[in-house]
Each structure stands twice: as C-alpha cells, then as structure tokens.
Write a protein that binds this ligand. Structure first.
Ligand code: SF4
Length: 334
C-alpha cells in the first residue's frame, strides 16, 4: 500500500552510503512512529545498524543528539520536521516526510468559509509546502488575493511551527484572514493567536474545513482565568526545558528575578517532559512559569492543576504587559 507520507528512503540510503554510517538512530514524531520498524529494516539492508527512538518527539526542537551520542551512533535521522537548530556537532539528516494527501477537496470546502474576505494569508506545515502553488491557484480562480509570508527564519515560505508564526506575522497587516492547510487544530490555533486574525482550516486528512473563531474565544477566556489565578500565587516554579531547542536559561533567570522583585518566592525546575504528574510532585508551588515549549501552556492547560503561564502571560500577571498587548501578537516570541 502507498504510504500517506514520502519517507524519502532513497535519500536516506544515499546519505548512509555517502557518510559511511555504520550505526543510525532514527527519530520520528508520534504520527510517523509506525514506520520505525520498516525504516530500520531498510537501514539494516544497507549494512548499518539501526535503532529507533521510542521516546516522544514533538518538534524539531527535540533532536536526540545526546541519545545518539550515548548510544554510539554515527548518524541521527530526524523525520517529520525541518531544521530548527543550528548545530554542526552531530551528523544529522532531516527528512520532512511530505504528505501525499490531496488538498483540493478540503480547500474547496474552505472557500465557503472564506466568502467574506478577499485578501487571504496562506500558511501550512512542512508536510504540505509542496501544495502551496496548487492551493494558491484554487483561491485565485475564485477571485482571492493570496499572500504567502517569508520572514526568512524558517526553511520554507508559508511554513509555520507550533511556536514560530513569523511567516504569518510577516503578512498579517496585509491580509484579512488566514487559511491554514494541514491536519488538526494545533497550528491553526497558533496562527490565530499569533496574528489575532480569523483563521480557517482546510484539513486534507479529515477532508473538511472549519473556522477557529470559537475555539480561540474559549481559549482566551481560559488563559485569562489562569493569569488571574497566578497573580495570587506566593510560591512560583520556573520551568527550564532540557530538550535541545527548548532550553532558555537566560529567560528563566530573567523570569525568576522579575518574580522575586514582585515579592514571590521562586524555585527553578529543570525537566525534559512537562507533565501534570511531574508538576504534582511539588504541591507547595502555587503556579508555574513555562520557559520551554509554549504550547504546553496553551493546548494542554486543563490537565495541569496549577496555572502554567508562558513568559508573556507572566508579564501580564505582574502588570508589565497589558492583556490587550498580549492578545495583539504577544503569544509567541517571534
Ligand atoms: S518548542 Fe514546542 S511548538 Fe516549538 S517546535 Fe518544539 S515542540 Fe513544537
């Protein structure tokens, strides 16, 4: 059966042979882990040993370099994300795993929801970048003016990451709304929060289109409630992510100083995975400030018993940023 994603096994083989790799660590995000054994067999057919990382992997921020080093691998193959970290220390091959799903049906359905807007910002993930021209043509045929942003920070124009919406922000002033093409609500929610513009999703996997308006409204209410609760906290934990691209020590130290100046007692915590059960080990802490992946605060907040604020939400709690400033493009730091 034809796979739903292009795993680029030929490029993988070329790299292994060219690098004369003898021991390869393969890292896949959750949606692609199922291909792990097959990829390992194909690597072993080339005469190299393969190990598949079974740990969670949510983004290009989470390169398994230290794991590869500890295992003694000589090549890390990272699937599903584009290069996010400038690192030359360990040989790494990125394979984006482009989607083979046709996008036309979902985009056609989205047109109905885009009726009242003419100027559309087009945005997607690395998996659907190859479809941007086709999507643009479909929209232009219907009389839309289509803009695709390029901040120069990401691998592709029009691409978003869960924590980087700089390509959307680059055109935000010039469009009335955004069309996000891709699976699920995660990135579309981010586009809407980052730009404060209406966002419509065309989901090629579910073959449907929907607006993010209501979801964003509900989320903002919840975030405000968390900020309000955190204001009352006397003891605060500042979380430092240990994943390669999530470690922001300077920011964590800055947050600590700022909170201490506001007469809070602060403890720094370092961790790889921020989960409700990990944070529950510290019942005397009333609220947490998350300097690692911002999406944990935004997407998963209900599962945490205590407020889990992003750095900018913390500024609002301390009265150093207004709620309006936060809502006007303050959710992500790009
Ligand atoms: S920090 Fe979070 S949102 Fe950003 S790439 Fe990593 S997992 Fe994704």
């Amino acid at each position: 059966m034809r796979k739903s994603h292009d795993l680029e096994q030929r490029r993988l083989a070329e790299k292994i042979l060219k690098a004369r790799a003898k021991f390869v660590l393969i890292q896949l995000p959750e949606g692609l882990k199922t291909y792990g054994p097959e990829l390992a067999y194909s690597v072993e057919n080339l005469g190299a040993l393969a190990i598949v990382s079974a740990d969670p992997c949510y983004g290009g921020c989470d390169l398994a370099i230290s794991e590869a080093e500890r295992l003694g691998a000589d090549l890390l193959v990272h699937y599903g994300h584009t290069k996010m970290l400038e690192q030359k220390a360990f040989p790494t091959l990125y394979i984006e795993a482009k989607s083979r799903r046709p996008v036309k049906y979902a985009v056609t359905r989205a047109l109905r929801l885009l009726q009242k807007w003419r100027r559309i910002g087009l945005i997607t993930t690395a998996q659907h970048i190859q479809s941007l021209d086709e999507i643009r043509s479909l929209l232009v045929e219907k009389g839309k003016v289509v803009l695709i942003g390029d901040s120069g920070k990401l691998e592709h124009a029009g691409q978003v990451l869960g924590c980087d919406y700089s390509n959307a922000l680059a055109i935000s002033e010039d469009v009335e709304c955004f069309l996000f093409v891709g699976g699920g609500r995660f990135h579309a929610l981010g586009v809407s929060l980052a730009t404060a513009k209406p966002t419509v999703v065309a989901d090629p996997y579910e073959k449907k289109a929907f607006s993010m308006l209501e979801e964003v409204r509900v989320l903002l209410k919840k975030r405000w409630a968390s900020i309000y609760e955190a204001r009352k906290a006397e003891q605060i934990g500042v979380l430092i992510g240990l994943k390669t691209g999530q470690k922001r020590l300077d920011l964590a130290f800055r947050m600590k100083r700022m909170l201490e100046n506001a007469k809070k007692r602060v403890t720094l915590f370092a961790l790889r995975e921020i989960t409700p059960s990990t944070l529950m080990q510290f019942p005397t802490i009333h609220a947490f400030v998350n300097t690692a992946c911002p999406r944990l605060s935004l997407d998963n907040a209900e599962s945490f018993r205590k407020p889990l604020l992003t750095p900018n939400e913390t500024l609002v709690a301390l009265g150093k940023m207004s709620w309006e400033q936060l809502c006007q493009k303050g959710w992500f730091e790009n």
